[in-house]
Write a protein that binds this ligand. Structure first.
Ligand SMILES: [Zn+2]
Length: 400
């Protein structure tokens, strides 16, 4: 059994140890020491990293009471110095205790049970076994932060199994080794846990819920705690400052500004529609009058090199309101051409797709659609006239 120094002194960063065994596994070396400060992966907490004899520790896991350190190369001496990556460890301890404060509060205030927790990078996620609504989550967040401000000491105790059953928000597994290790924060949490945590709640600094999603009949709640919470707040604040500068307002005015911009866009769109209608309706009449007759159909070909997509689409709508019309339209700008081919929805005998594909082949563009409406874009604006003429021949063939 490896002596678990990480339970004896949470704040030690270096230790001496004897190598008990070292074996090679797929080019990596599994080193077992007589004692270690390296916390192995377990209970949702990632392992510590650092160095042993100056060699990087890649992974640490526990197997049958032994703590296995995975190293890139084998240590050359038997008496080694281990150094843990302290900033990583401290953050993990902040995250883990922050999770206890939140999960404990969620249980105390709303009887919502945490089935699983995981620390991954800067995120702590917890899965509840019943859905947690936003008000319960925010209440728990508030209570967790109040526990931080109260700077309560974290106790590790080994009570009787009856006491554990009477007090814990979560029961240990049936086959758990006795005595059960309980992590207790007076008035906030009492739970079986094998992890390492900062020694008082004040060191967590901040607990912030960042997002919530539905998960297997419960909720998955993402938290940031400690340094990770500060980093998150800082990055949100940077984005907010950019928005403030862009919108020329304070953070509390951002939503009003967005609402007013949305209103402006809405009325500009309506105005644009009305303008398009006013000048496109007479154009549509003229185009239909001057269109080529093909049996019962009238084929309208129209190229407007400076017309935007909205304009082409509006004209298309006006033309294809008439059952006899098949329209082949091209608009665009110096960067390319926008093509729109189609006919009335109930014009069953017409399929514009072969003609449209032919035009797109010629222009080297992309697009597609249904038998009565196909649209696409090509960067070849000059070729539009020829492409439309070829497409008309193709269309006539398909309508014979
Ligand atoms: Zn824990």
């Amino acid at each position: 059994m490896t002596r678990k120094l990480y339970y004896e002194d949470l704040y030690a960063r270096e230790f001496d140890a004897e190598i008990l065994s070292c074996s090679e596994h797929d080019g990596r070396f599994h080193v077992v020491l007589n004692q270690t400060l390296f916390y192995p992966s377990g209970g949702g907490q990632p392992c510590d990293l650092g160095t042993i004899d100056g060699i990087d520790v890649l992974e640490v896991f526990e197997k049958g009471g032994e703590i296995v350190h995975v190293l890139a190369s084998a240590p050359k001496i038997e008496h080694v110095l281990g150094v843990i990556d302290w900033s990583r460890r401290f953050e993990l301890m902040q995250q883990h205790l922050g999770e206890h404060l939140f999960a404990g509060s969620l249980w105390n205030l709303s009887q919502i049970h945490t089935a699983r927790m995981r620390i991954e990078g800067e995120n702590v996620s917890i899965d509840t076994d019943t859905p947690a609504d936003m008000s319960a989550i925010l209440e728990a967040e508030r209570a967790a932060n109040e526990a931080v401000w109260a700077d309560i000491p974290v106790e590790v105790i080994y009570p009787s199994i009856d006491e554990v059953k009477a007090n814990a928000r979560k029961l240990p597994p049936e086959d758990a080794e006795l005595p059960i290790r309980i992590v207790k924060v007076e008035g906030v949490d009492y739970v079986p846990c094998c992890g390492v945590h900062v020694s008082s709640t004040g060191q967590v600094g901040l607990v912030k819920v960042t997002s919530v999603e539905n998960h297997k009949g419960g909720s998955r709640i993402y938290l940031r705690c400690g340094r990770a919470a500060y980093m998150w707040v800082d990055s949100v604040h940077r984005e907010v400052r950019k928005a403030e500068a862009e919108l020329v307002c304070g953070y509390d005015g951002i939503n009003d500004k967005i609402a007013s911009l949305k209103n402006q866009i809405h009325s500009l769109k309506a105005e644009n529609e009305a303008t398009l209608e006013r000048f496109l309706r007479p154009l549509a009449e003229d185009l239909v009058k001057g269109a080529e007759n093909f049996g019962e159909r009238r084929i309208v070909k129209y190229i407007a090199p400076s017309a935007g997509q909205e304009e082409v689409k509006h004209l298309f709508r006006l033309l294809t309101e008439r059952r006899e019309v098949v329209a082949l339209l091209a608009g665009g700008n110096s960067e390319g051409a926008f093509l729109m081919f189609g006919t009335h929805k109930e014009n069953k005998g017409v399929d514009v797709r072969p003609a449209f594909r032919r035009a797109m082949e010629l222009l080297g563009g992309k697009g597609g659609g249904s038998p009565f409406c196909a649209q696409g874009w090509s960067t070849n604006a000059e070729g539009a006239e020829d492409a439309l003429n070829t497409a008309i021949s193709e269309l006539k063939n398909s309508m014979k």
